[in-house]
Design a protein around this ligand. Structure first.
Ligand code: DI6
Ligand code: FE
Length: 419
């Protein structure tokens, strides 16, 4: 496990038990009484605390003693809709009075109501709301998060949402990956121009947002209340032609073959997957597409048929877990709660859930080479936890055992974390 860099260290964290998540899939990759040395924002060395202390003395590197804690890779929330305005509490109440998510959406509520509120909001307000949500996530050890657009649905507003998502990095100590969710809902004013809307999203909108450097990936909501498999394929094809990877909202409410489309285009991830066939799972395994499970949306919509986790496991699909933080179906700002629900509602083991918010979440964002595990050469993003064992990160409900976060080798001050 120990590995040396050729030159000096900037700093060492010593004495914590490490869960590197870097070894075989069957364990946490534990190093008891371990240490992590960083240099230039990257992990330079991993080994035991005893060895680290003597090497640090030779190199005059400062040592932070963190005995009694656990140290994991920084958590990664790989599916969020953080930038939006307005709340959907009225719909929450409507659903509990008997209306379904689909009925509300078809009546012009749902995503469209958030679009109305978001278009009316100023960029500063959008950024302020997103930053507050991001800080809550980061206080629980999140160091990287993905943010989707999709509540603008006109080019100018989609651009503002993506700009706000990029600006989040200047407000909150977190790395942001942006996703253009161009096909989220058909906006009201395009109700009679579906094909024209899809053509614009897949053509000029995509090209102009990509040229502005605002997007790391695209996404489509492939669902009977949203967009078809063919429309989804069109966006993924256009993105592929520009060298842009994809995610797909697949099989949340029904199986339209979205997992197969995601796999066909080599998408980084297919997300939700309450409804996915054996063929869909096999296609995802073959293309290396990650299944991003979103238990807080499942919980909020009070769904009763969970994703077929045994099928996904058998097929060998990597599993990730994310919050899906959004005002409609997952008003959730706790990735630890998502981990808990991935275990209690979907039957993931705590190891699978934690791998799903680190190693596999990094892969779902195309960042596996750079982060998601504790390994020499990777970004020095990690979280410190006051827990007895790693499974405790999935155990609590509303507990936050995170006592420190390090990003790019720099400790984050607690004041920067509090919302
Ligand atoms: N699926 C979701 O869970 C969110 N978007 C999506 O495509 C919900 C969006 C919303 O209801 O506002
Ligand atoms: Fe979503």
């Amino acid at each position: 496990m120990a590995s040396s860099s050729t030159s000096g260290w900037d700093r060492v964290w010593a004495g914590a038990h490490l869960a590197t998540l870097a070894g075989a899939a069957q364990d946490y990759g534990v190093v008891e009484n371990g240490a992590v040395a960083v240099r230039d924002g990257r992990i330079a060395w991993i080994g035991t605390a005893a060895e680290a202390r003597s090497l640090a003395a030779e190199r005059c590197a400062p040592v932070e003693e963190v005995g009694g804690l656990w140290l994991t890779p920084g958590l990664i929330d790989c599916h969020t809709h953080l930038v939006h305005a307005g709340s959907r509490v009225a719909e929450f109440e409507q659903r509990l009075n008997g209306a379904s998510y689909e009925q509300i959406a078809r009546a012009g509520g749902g995503i469209r109501s958030t679009v109305t509120a978001t278009r009316a909001a100023g960029t500063a307000d959008l950024l302020r709301g997103a930053a507050e949500r991001a800080r809550r996530l980061c206080a629980e050890g999140v160091t990287t998060l993905e943010v989707k657009s999709g509540y603008g649905l006109d080019l100018a507003t989609e651009r503002r949402l993506l700009e706000a998502a990029r600006l989040l990095e200047t407000q909150v100590p977190v790395s942001v990956r942006t996703t253009f969710l161009g096909l989220h809902a058909l906006p009201e004013e395009r109700r009679h121009d579906r094909d024209g809307f899809v053509a614009e999203v897949c053509g000029p909108w995509l090209e102009s947002l990509a040229a502005a450097g605002l997007i790391d990936a695209v996404d489509a909501f492939c669902e009977h209340i949203a967009f078809t498999a063919a429309e989804t394929a069109r966006l993924l094809g256009a993105a592929r032609a520009l060298g842009i990877p994809a995610h797909v909202h697949a099989g949340q409410l029904s199986d339209l073959g979205a997992a197969e489309v995601a796999a066909r285009f080599g998408a980084l991830s297919a997300d939700h997957l309450e409804y996915v066939s054996e063929a869909g799972a096999a296609a995802m395994a073959a293309s290396g597409t990650v299944a991003v499970l979103l238990p807080c949306a499942y919980y909020t919509l009070r769904q009763t048929a969970p994703p077929p986790v045994p099928l996904l496991r058998r097929a060998g699909v990597p599993l990730a877990v994310a919050t899906d933080c959004n005002p409609g179906t997952s008003p959730c700002v706790s990735l630890l709660l998502a981990l808990n629900m991935a275990c209690t509602l979907f039957g993931l083991t705590p190891l699978e859930a934690l791998t799903g918010a680190t190693r596999h979440a990094a892969r779902a964002l195309g960042l596996a080479h750079d982060r998601g595990t504790l390994e020499p050469g990777k970004r020095a993003d990690f979280a410190l936890w006051r827990v007895e064992r790693p499974a405790e990160l999935c155990y609590g409900l509303g507990a936050n055992p995170c006592v420190g976060v390090v990003r790019g080798g720099e400790p984050i001050a607690a004041t920067q974390q509090s919302p």
